[in-house]
Design a protein around this ligand. Structure first.
Ligand code: C5P
Length: 398
């Protein structure tokens, strides 16, 4: 079955001489089983008539937020779509998208869309390289819009250079691989632990660590984007958590609470990604009252917390995959490898320490991955979202 089968796609078309290529794109999307709603800007209709699109899509073409008798619900379209793709996207529409401007149905749908967005720019070479266009493109990229690279060659103006709409075949390949990746974790149930734990000393104090939860939350986002069901057990963290119908978020404070949550559901999972920085020790007795400042010295007795990774490693079935993390300050590789075997992990992610922009609290990370089969891959410093994708890709290869 095609990855596009029954996918709901909104295809936006702007006023460009390249608009004729969008007929081929529409034809192939429909042939691959997608349901497509076409939105044209007013200028687009000057290049190719709506009748060609409505014949191919089997639906009326949408052009205005309202006609004499109907109101085209842009919020509904934005929620309905699995993908919004704008091809060709003109400099004008790109500028409106980047600035949140709404003056037609397409810009309104862009602002209300909760689905991923792809845009395939098409314009003259000078417009493409203009600082304003490049700024708009960079901004859109930074908010997650996928930009389909322009191609180089002869342009309608007679000039030659970058700015041509990508060939329909290349656009369609990107759409196919987008949906393939999106389905690559269908049917998997992933348990993720993330963030620090807080171990109470008394009602107002605790022992904890610098973990922010960023890495684990980024991994949860990647798994959700790929169609997995995610159970995120999160210690105290200020990260924004995505709202997603396949996300089950459980908030915990202590290692013991995290352990209880894991035990209650581990049998039902296909994968474990244990990214939490679980406190290894907790105060043996947490005082019911605030401890007073009396003596010169105060002694705390600490006791070990349950090792969640060890438990999962000991109880998991051969089909369940366990990914653990290691943060080492010395003998990095030897310690990580020892942990991989001791806790019966299938793969361990080694975090670097002591380098600017890497590890706890930062948005970037540098990792190495070791697996049970002796594999060892060293990655460059990247954003935690990209690192999360590397980790999930490695898990899928286990
Ligand atoms: O032994 P260490 O704490 O360095 O092991 C790190 C790995 O074990 C991480 O994947 C961490 O989430 C997990 N771990 C755990 N429970 C603990 C301690 C660590 O799940 N109590």
């Amino acid at each position: 079955m095609s990855a596009l089968s029954q996918k709901k796609i909104v295809l936006g078309i702007c006023g460009s001489i390249a608009a004729y290529k969008s007929l081929l794109i529409l034809r192939q999307l429909v042939k691959s089983g997608a349901e497509v709603e076409v939105i044209m800007t007013e200028a687009a209709a000057d290049f190719v008539g709506p009748l060609s699109y409505s014949t191919l899509s089997g639906k009326p073409v949408l052009t205005h937020i309202h006609s004499e008798s109907d109101w085209n619900n842009h919020v509904h379209l934005g929620l309905w779509a699995d993908l919004l793709i704008v091809a060709p996207a003109t400099a004008q529409t790109i500028a409106k998208f980047a600035n949140g401007m709404v003056d037609n149905l397409l810009t309104a749908v862009f602002l209300s869309a909760r689905c991923p967005v792809m845009i395939a720019p098409a314009m003259d070479v000078d417009m493409w390289y203009h600082a304003a266009t490049q700024r708009n493109i960079k901004f859109l990229e930074s908010i997650g819009v996928r930009i389909i690279p322009v191609e180089e060659g002869l342009l309608a103006s007679g000039l030659s250079g970058a700015g041509r709409l990508a060939e329909p075949e290349n656009i369609l390949n990107l759409v196919h691989s987008f949906f393939q990746v999106q389905q690559s974790m269908n049917g998997r149930k992933v348990l993720i632990t993330a963030g620090p734990t807080q171990e109470p000393i008394d009602p107002v104090r605790f022992i904890s660590n610098y973990s922010s939860g960023k890495m684990g939350v980024r991994i949860a986002e990647i798994c959700l984007e790929r169609g997995a069901e995610v159970h995120l057990i999160l210690g105290p963290s200020n990260e924004n958590i995505p709202v997603h119908k396949h996300l089950n978020l459980m908030r915990v404070k202590t290692a013991e609470e995290m352990f209880d949550a894991v035990k209650s559901m581990y049998m039902d999972m296909t994968d474990f990604i244990l990214a939490a920085a679980v406190a290894d020790y907790r105060p043996l007795d947490s005082s019911a009252q605030k401890i007073k400042k009396t003596d010169e010295l105060l002694q705390l007795t600490l006791t070990k917390t349950p090792d969640i990774a060890m438990f999962v490693g000991a109880h998991k079935s051969p089909n369940q995959k366990l990914v653990g993390f290691a943060l080492e300050t010395n003998d990095f590789l030897a310690n990580a490898r020892a942990k991989l075997h001791k806790k019966n992990m299938d793969m361990i992610v080694l975090n670097s320490t002591g380098e600017q922009g890497v590890g706890f609290g930062y948005d970037t990370n540098r990792i190495e991955i070791l697996d049970q089969k002796g594999g060892h891959v060293i990655f460059d410093k990247k954003s935690k979202k990209e690192v999360a994708a590397d980790i999930v890709n490695a898990l899928l290869l286990l």
